[in-house]
Design a protein around this ligand. Structure first.
Ligand SMILES: Cc1cc2nc3c(=O)[nH]c(=O)nc-3n(C[C@H](O)[C@H](O)[C@H](O)COP(=O)(O)O)c2cc1C
Length: 374
């Protein structure tokens, strides 16, 4: 290995003592290949083959916790004992490759696909009549908190090393936190603290699962998106408030979802500042922070790692094209990292057909490597 990349391979001990062998993580990547009932398929098995090789942490794709939350064709699910075997198999495939295996748990809310959910009955924080989405009742909110906890319980019993709560990318948890989508007047909506109540209730319920099983080694993380484009959407001020609350809790890591690792603040603080660095300062070493977005090459990764903005650097699209990418760096073959899917590749880079078709037809916006924002 070229010595300049050595810092990528420093180990990281999380605040509960779990050791990640290096600073490289696979971001959660929905691959649209699971069976229609949400169990593992042969396409999933082919996708996972070698995908986690060389990474310290592998965050498995958004796994749906309740029938109303299914937001992708071929999405994996975990809303009952019947999913235990499937989860067990996925966890063991990932762990056999030497990575710490974390399952992302998710509810799509207003982004659920009508054909995939019971009676096409899509729900969110509030009514969205133009999209045929209705506000969840108080009982449904409570049941959904429990659904996240039950999915975490299943993941733990299936042998996963941890779970990541999906509070990002405008899915249900973010729909509750954002004033753009949450117009409720009950205990789950209103001022910022009340809009935060549902994400925090999910967080606390999931953290309780670990207590119940007396498994302090079970890793729990939370993924969030820092800002929204709408005038009444989330700003960095909202993000700081959420991070302050999350960082009081015994999470092992927070994970900021961004298209570009180097993004500056847009609203709610000085636009001179790096979003990641500001969040990292607020966490103040209580837990790890994962940064992501446009990191493809060994040079991208080491620049991000050495910026001090994050404890772990995660990759998404680069892993779809290059399963087991860290091995290339370790073996001094970083020049072989491919920067886009090759449409002529007969093995489709090991991707399920649906994801492959979306990729080569341009439906899926492949994100090219990004330049640092100065
Ligand atoms: C095909 C695809 C599927 C994704 N699935 C998920 C997902 O299940 N959960 C999630 O939080 N983010 C998901 N993302 C976002 C990625 O985790 C990541 O944040 C994003 O791709 C930016 O990183 P990158 O530039 O390294 O790809 C997905 C992205 C892509 C391209």
């Amino acid at each position: 290995m070229n010595e300049k990349y050595a810092s990528l391979f420093d180990s990281l001990t999380l605040n509960n003592g779990v050791v990640l062998k290096n600073r490289l993580a696979v971001a959660p990547l929905t691959e649209f290949g699971s069976n229609p009932d949400g169990t593992i398929s042969d396409e999933d098995r082919a996708y996972y083959r070698g995908r986690a090789e060389g990474y310290g942490l592998f965050i498995a794709p958004a796994n749906c916790v309740a029938p109303a939350g299914k937001a992708f064709w071929g999405q994996p699910c975990s809303w009952g004992e019947e999913y235990l075997e499937s989860l067990r198999e996925t966890a063991s495939i990932i762990k056999a490759q030497g990575a710490v295996a974390v399952l992302q748990i998710h509810h799509g809310g207003d982004q659920a696909i009508k054909e995939l959910i019971p009676n096409g009955d899509a729900v969110s924080a509030s009514d969205e009549p133009e999209r045929g989405v209705r506000a969840m009742t108080g009982d449904e909110v409570e049941a959904t908190v429990k659904a996240f906890a039950d999915a975490a319980d299943l993941a733990l019993r299936a042998g996963y090393d941890g779970v990541e709560i999906h509070g990002a990318n405008q899915y249900l948890l973010q729909q509750f936190y954002s004033a753009h989508t949450n117009k409720r007047t009950d205990r789950w909506g209103g001022a910022r603290e009340k809009r935060m109540a549902f994400p925090l209730a999910v967080a606390d319920a999931v953290l309780e699962v670990r207590e119940k099983h007396n498994r302090p080694d079970f890793v729990i993380g939370y993924r969030f998106s820092p800002e929204e484009p709408w005038d009444d959407g989330l700003t960095m001020e909202d993000t700081y408030a959420l991070v302050d609350e999350l960082a009081k809790r015994p999470f092992q890591y927070l994970h900021m979802s961004q298209k570009n690792f180097w993004m500056h603040v847009r609203r709610g603080d000085s636009t001179e500042k790096s979003r990641l660095l500001e969040v990292r300062k607020r966490i103040a070493g209580r837990m790890a922070l994962i940064g992501v977005g446009g990191l493809w090459t060994a040079d991208d990764l080491v620049k991000a790692r050495e910026s001090g903005y994050a404890d772990l650097v995660a990759q998404g699209c680069a892993v779809l094209v290059n399963p087991g990418l860290p091995k290339l760096i370790e073996e001094g073959r970083e020049g072989e990292i491919e920067l886009a899917p090759d449409p002529a590749r007969a093995d489709r880079h090991g991707l399920p057909k649906r994801l492959w078709d979306m990729s080569v037809s341009g439906v899926l916006p492949w994100l090219p490597p990004v330049k640092k924002v100065e």
